[in-house]
Design a protein. Structure first.
Length: 451
C-alpha cells in the first residue's frame, strides 16, 4: 500500500525506556483528577490529557508491535492483560462494591456495568450521558470509556501491524488516522493512530525527531496548533491528537529512569482509574459535618486520590508486573487474546440488543428515590456572552445539566452556592439538600445528585 517498502521488524530488539514519560503520565492523570474535582475549569480540561494519553499509547504500543513478529503476540496479549485488565477489574470491583451499598440496582444500572465489563462502554455507554444518573454511583466510572477504547486498540492493532503483510505501511496508518479524524464516531482513535504513525516514522527513518531540525519542526507544529486551539481557529477534536503526538515526540528520549520516576509513572494508572474515591469520600465527610467544599478541600481530594493510587500500585500493579513473566505461557497468552476478543464481541452484540430493546428506565437510581411522572425540560442561561443555554432534566432526586458542547462551552457548576441558585430557578424549586458540590463527567455533562 506504500510506494516505499515497509520496514521489517527487528525481532529481539530491546524495548526502549523513556523516563520523561513517567512524569508525563503523572501530570496528565493529575490534570484529569483536578479537572473532575472542579479545580480546573476550561474547555478540554479533562479531555486534552486523555487524548495525550492516547498518543502516548499509540507511540509505545505501536513501537513494540513494529518490532514484533506473529510468534511474539501471545506474550504481547498476556502483558496487556497483566498491565491493563487486572488493575482495571480491581477498580471496577471497588466501584461496584460501593455502588451496591448506595444504589438501587435497575436494568439500566446493569446495562452500564455490562458495557464496562465487556470493554465497550465508549461505544454504548458514553453516548447515553443523559442516563448517567442511573449508572453505578451516578456515573462515577464514566471515565472508563477511555480504557475501553484503548483495550479495543490493543486487541486489533497487533493483527493490523504484525499479521497483515502491509501492516507497517505509512499509507495504511495515514488513511486510518485520516478516517479517525474525519468521522466523529471514530475520533477517539485518532490520537492513538497518530501515535502509531509516529512509531512507524521512527522504524523507517530512525530518531529523526531528536535531530535539531526534527526538534525545531515538531516544536513549531506544537506551538502553531496550540495557538490555533487557543484562538479557536481549529477545534480541539482535530488539533489535540496532533498536539499530543508532538508532545510525545519531544519527550521521547531514551534513558534508564530512576525508582522515583518509575513509581510516579506507575501510580498514574490506578490514579486515573480510582479518581472518584477521594472526591466522593471527602464530600460525604464534609456533608456529614456540614462543611462547605472549597478550593482547599478540592486539593485535599487530589492528595487523597494520589495516596490511594500509591497504595493500589504497591498492592496490585507492582506485584503483577513483577510476577507476570513467571505465569506466562503461550497458551495463556492466546487464551487472553481470545477472551478479550470474545468480551468485546459479546459487548457489541449486547449493545445492539439493548438499543433495539432498551430496558425500562426510572428517574431514580437511589434506594429511596421515587419516579417523577411529569419529568420536564427547562431552558435558561447564566447571562454569559452568547447565552450558553443548558437543558435541565428535573427528577425527584437529581438534576442533570447537559451543556451544548458543540456551540457554547458553559461554565461548570461545581460549588454548592451555584447549584442552589440554579435549583431555585427551577419550577417547582428543588430543595438543595445533600448536593454534591462537585460532580464530574468526561462527557461534558454535570450530574448533581440530590439525596
Amino acid at each position: 500500500m506504500s510506494s516505499a517498502p515497509a520496514a521489517s521488524p527487528r525481532r529481539g530488539a530491546p524495548d526502549e525506556y523513556f523516563p520523561a514519560f513517567d512524569w508525563l503520565r503523572l501530570g496528565l492523570a493529575v490534570q484529569v483528577v483536578a479537572a473532575h474535582n472542579g479545580i480546573l475549569n476550561f474547555e478540554g480540561d479533562a479531555s486534552i490529557p486523555v487524548q495525550i494519553f492516547f498518543s502516548l499509547s499509540g507511540w509505545l504500543i505501536g513501537g513494540i508491535l513494529c518490532r514484533s513478529v506473529p510468534a511474539d503476540l501471545p506474550r504481547f496479549y498476556f502483558n496487556r492483560f497483566a498491565r491493563i485488565w487486572i488493575p482495571y477489574l480491581v477498580a471496577v470491583a471497588l466501584l461496584i462494591a460501593v455502588a451496591l451499598l448506595k444504589d438501587r440496582v435497575t436494568p439500566k444500572w446493569i446495562e452500564f456495568l455490562f458495557y464496562k465489563l465487556t470493554f465497550v462502554f465508549n461505544l454504548f455507554g458514553s453516548p447515553q450521558y443523559e442516563h448517567y444518573a442511573r449508572a453505578p454511583l451516578q456515573g462515577a466510572g464514566a471515565h472508563f470509556w477511555s480504557i475501553c477504547a484503548e483495550e479495543q486498540f490493543y486487541l486489533l492493532a497487533p493483527l493490523l501491524i504484525v499479521v497483515l503483510p502491509f501492516g507497517r505501511s505509512f499509507l495504511l496508518w495515514t488513511m486510518i488516522s485520516a478516517a479517525a479524524l474525519w468521522f466523529p464516531v471514530a475520533r477517539d482513535y485518532a490520537a492513538i493512530s497518530l501515535g502509531v504513525l509516529a512509531a512507524l516514522s521512527k522504524l523507517r527513518y530512525g530518531d529523526w525527531y531528536r535531530t535539531k531540525i526534527g526538534v525545531a519542526t515538531v516544536a513549531v507544529v506544537l506551538a502553531g496548533l496550540t495557538v490555533a486551539v487557543a484562538t479557536r481557529r481549529l477545534p480541539q477534536s482535530i488539533a489535540v491528537p496532533f498536539i499530543g503526538t508532538a508532545i510525545v515526540l519531544l519527550l521521547a528520549r531514551p534513558g534508564t529512569g530512576s525508582r522515583v520516576s518509575r513509581f510516579v509513572g506507575g501510580i498514574s494508572y490506578p490514579l486515573y482509574l480510582n479518581q472518584w474515591i477521594g472526591m466522593r469520600g471527602l464530600i460525604l465527610v464534609y456533608n456529614k459535618l456540614g462543611w462547605s467544599v472549597g478550593f482547599g478541600a478540592q486539593l485535599l481530594m487530589v492528595a487523597i486520590d494520589v495516596g490511594i493510587a500509591s497504595l493500589l500500585y504497591l498492592a496490585v500493579d507492582a506485584p503483577v508486573r513483577r510476577e507476570r513473566d513467571r505465569f506466562f505461557t503461550r497458551g495463556r497468552g492466546l487464551a487472553v487474546a481470545a477472551t478479550g476478543a470474545a468480551l468485546v464481541l459479546v459487548g457489541i452484540a449486547g449493545g445492539i440488543l439493548y438499543r433495539r430493546n432498551p430496558p425500562p428506565t426510572s428517574t431514580s437510581s437511589s434506594r429511596t428515590g421515587a419516579a417523577l411522572p411529569g419529568d420536564h425540560l427547562l431552558e435558561f442561561n447564566f447571562g454569559r456572552p452568547g447565552g450558553s443555554e443548558l437543558a435541565v432534566e428535573h427528577a425527584v432526586d437529581r438534576v442533570a445539566l447537559i451543556r451544548h458542547v458543540e456551540e457554547f462551552p458553559c461554565r461548570r457548576v461545581h460549588r454548592a452556592g451555584d447549584q442552589r441558585e440554579l435549583l431555585e430557578m427551577m419550577d417547582p424549586p428543588a430543595a438543595p439538600v445533600g448536593i454534591d458540590p462537585v460532580a464530574p463527567l468526561l462527557s461534558g455533562k454535570i450530574v448533581v445528585p440530590i439525596e
